[in-house]
Design a protein around this ligand. Structure first.
Ligand SMILES: [Fe+2]
Length: 332
């Protein structure tokens, strides 16, 4: 049997096999050219390891040292056979780089984005997400990851039971200079189109007296992977809750706004507040399960978005990590 053109290695920082490291034997080997060889490996490994890091491949560049081509990255992600998704009902600003490929969030560089599964604050999410490091930051800017099955198992049973029983309701207020305008989140200027989207996606929407929009949506706290059947922690309560804001920003906002007008917040679906102690315990589990490693320019990481969560650390200097998503899935 011919030797494979890549190696499968244990990643030194991995936790429970996440991420699997797949490294090109020859830095001139293009990731897209290796697709036929890589595809069966992804099919076999991704449901187990939750995330794969492709390192040392060329991507439309002369070698692994050159800047990767975003267009080649798009083609690699699309080659898995599902159309790439647009970023609907997004939570942070992004720019469409090329059809189906976005900048990773334009959230301020000095702030930490906690671990999350993409779009777990809603009822429709992509099953697969790819990241490509076009330019690694000089300092920081990692994309930490974690296994959502391990998180589920480690969350104290009483908290898990409470979250599953009481559910979550995410509340968002758009615009007003405080958060992304609704026109950008819904990609339209047409209020009727927003209402139709919300109806289709079981999102409650209210136009407020000042013309701005509030949405509310009841969502899952945990979920079951449709293929592996495994239970995963699958929500963004720790991220949407007002306690995620730095103390100063939180009190400044609460000075001028009622709690229901906060740009984003979350409570239990029955209307009751989430116990801050529960959120603290959840954040502690997330911290314990975090896998952190530096990006190398040209890296491509592929995650099963239900099995693995991702985050972003603060950074300085230029950084460019682009993202593609595919295979929409909806809550039951
Ligand atoms: Fe994300």
């Amino acid at each position: 049997m011919a030797e494979r053109s890549f190696t499968i290695e244990d990643f030194p920082q991995a936790r429970g096999g996440l991420p699997l490291l797949v490294r090109a034997r020859d830095p001139r080997l293009d990731l897209l050219d290796a697709f036929a060889e890589l595809e069966p490996l992804v099919r076999d490994w991704l449901p187990r390891c939750a995330g794969i890091l492709f390192r040392g491949f060329a991507l439309g560049s002369a070698g692994s040292s050159g800047a990767p081509s975003v267009e080649r990255f798009r083609a690699f992600a699309a080659a898995f056979g599902h159309p790439l998704l647009s970023y609907e009902f997004g939570s942070t600003p992004r720019t469409n780089v090329t059809s189906g490929v976005y900048t990773s969030t334009e959230y301020p560089a000095d702030q930490h984005i906690p671990l999350h599964n993409e779009q777990a604050y809603t009822r429709d999410w992509p099953m697969r997400i790819w990241f490509c490091c076009v330019q690694a930051a000089a300092v920081g800017g990692e994309t930490p990851i974690a296994d959502s099955r391990a998180i589920y198992r480690k969350i104290p049973a009483d908290i898990r039971e409470r979250f599953e029983r009481r559910g979550l309701m995410y509340v968002r207020n758009y615009g007003n200079g405080l958060d992304v305008p609704w026109q950008k989140v819904f990609n339209t200027e047409d209020r009727a189109a927003v209402e139709a989207y919300c109806r289709d996606h079981r999102i409650l929407c209210d136009w407020k007296e000042d013309g701005e929009l509030r949405t509310r949506q009841i969502c899952q706290a945990t979920a079951r992977h449709p293929v592996t059947g495994e239970a995963v922690w699958f929500n963004q309560a720790h991220l949407f809750h007002v306690s995620n804001l730095p103390e100063e920003a939180r009190s400044a906002l609460l000075d001028i706004l009622d709690e229901e007008d906060l740009p984003r917040n979350v409570h239990h679906a029955d209307g009751g507040p989430i116990d801050p102690a529960d959120l603290a315990a959840i954040r502690a589990v997330l911290a314990e399960e975090t896998v952190l490693f530096p990006w190398e320019t040209g890296d491509v990481m592929m995650l099963d978005n239900m099995l693995a969560a991702h985050a972003r650390t603060p950074f300085s200097g230029p950084r460019k990590v682009v993202v593609a998503m595919a295979e929409p899935h909806s809550a039951d």
